[in-house]
Design a binder for this molecule. Structure first.
Ligand code: PMP
Length: 390
């Protein structure tokens, strides 16, 4: 049953609290580089030439015109797309709920990399699953500690069959799981009979243009992969996909159909038409360059203002910088000072799976205008400084 005690996902954080507040809270993409005039022409063309088809209901299969476009994206992270095992979603958020409803049973545990994207843990809880922290370090989930945790859970009589991870440019830490860790983790999951749910919205947003092989490229038959156009095109189209192990495709396709009846043929047609004309490279390169620039502005400003009590790492891609207070202070205690200084962030407790990470703090550099970042970090530095006792 839905209860209002389910934590909000990110929506409250998306909107600035006051006109002058500089927000580092919402993980919104920057759409200023989207070629809107060109898109408007394509939308008009789509409507004129195919409107009665693309505005109609369609089947829960990825539009055939979009399959090559998705295959090209997945190939960038070494995944070979199997067209018959692609399932359209209305974005990864819906995909996460579909996975939880289709593959889990109420009361079962789902192991989650920790910290985790709150939209995922909330979706899992909504489906009746119980998120449990998968022991994680800076490189992601630790396979040996995972073995111990799974043994402990099963010895307690708990059923656990799923592991949720966001291995590349992770939300909220920005970290990427190295390849040897990926291989070791996948081996452990096979051994433990755990199916991996790989959430990958940011994988193509490495600042230097390099990519890391997706988990689905290493063990495609034991990974459900979630892809989305939200961060490499536009979230307003609400378009994404699952790449599923063959044994699970029919179930996930049915759950998707139950949830949305039909994917948006129109949104898929717009994406396919854009890809057919321009390919992905130019747009993705522009996104990468824009985010790299903002990340550099943010981290150089952070280096100037943060004291030694804050631990943080330079992001190599994605949307986020994660700070940790070395003394374990709950960062929610800085929210009032931040609001007073005119800046916002998301406190670590929102990313916790089981109460941990209150000492963390997420800053999104993706959406703040470049010329406001230094000023925002100056305000943040003021808000996070130890209070001087007179
Ligand atoms: N997973 C992660 C890790 C995310 O950061 C987000 C968006 N913030 C989503 C899934 C959902 O994305 P969408 O539904 O727009 O595809």
């Amino acid at each position: 049953m839905w209860t209002t005690s389910n934590p909000a996902i990110e929506m409250p954080a998306l909107f600035e609290r006051g006109a002058d507040t500089i927000s580092f809270a919402g993980g919104l993409p920057d759409l200023s580089g989207l070629p809107l005039t060109e898109l408007a022409a394509q939308v008009s063309r789509q409507l004129r030439l195919g409107g009665r088809t693309t505005l109609q209901y369609t089947t829960p299969h990825l539009a055939s015109s979009l399959v090559p476009a998705v295959a090209e994206l997945m190939a960038m992270e070494d995944v070979t797309a199997r067209p018959e095992h692609l399932v359209p979603t209305a974005g990864s958020q819906q995909g996460l709920l579909a996975v939880a409803l289709g593959l889990g049973n109420p009361g079962e545990a789902i192991l989650c990399q920790t910290p985790s994207y709150p939209g995922a843990t909330t979706a899992f809880r909504t489906a009746g699953l119980v998120p449990v922290s998968a022991p994680s370090d800076v490189d992601g989930v630790d396979p040996d500690a995972l073995r111990e945790e799974v043994s402990r859970l099963r010895a307690d009589g708990r059923t656990v069959r799923l592991l949720y991870v966001n291995p590349t440019f992770h939300n909220p830490t920005g970290a990427t799981m190295p390849v040897p860790r990926r291989t070791a983790l996948l081996e452990a999951c096979r051994e433990l009979d755990l199916l991996v749910v790989e959430d990958n919205p940011y994988g193509l947003l490495g600042f230097d243009g390099t990519t890391t092989p997706a988990l689905a490229s290493i063990d495609p038959d034991n990974v459900v992969y979630l892809g989305t156009f939200s961060k490499i095109f536009a979230p307003g189209l609400r378009c994404g996909w699952l790449a599923t192990p063959p044994a699970l495709t029919a179930t996930l396709r049915s759950v998707g159909e139950i949830m949305t009846l039909s994917p948006s043929a129109f949104a898929q047609a717009i994406l396919a038409a854009y890809h057919g004309k321009h390919g992905w490279d130019g747009l993705i390169a522009d996104f990468r360059a824009g985010y790299a620039r903002r990340a550099a502005l943010m981290t150089s400003a952070l280096a100037d203002v943060l004291g030694p009590e804050w631990d943080w790492r330079q992001p190599a891609g994605g949307f986020y910088v994660w700070l940790r207070h070395r003394d374990g202070t709950d960062t929610a205690s800085f929210e009032g000072a931040a609001a007073a200084a005119g800046v916002s962030f998301v406190a670590g407790r929102h990313f916790s799976v089981a109460g941990e990470h209150a000492d963390g703090l997420r800053l999104a550099f993706s959406y703040t205008p470049a010329d406001r970042i230094a000023e925002g970090i100056r305000r943040l530095g003021k808000a996070l400084s130890p209070v001087e006792v007179a």
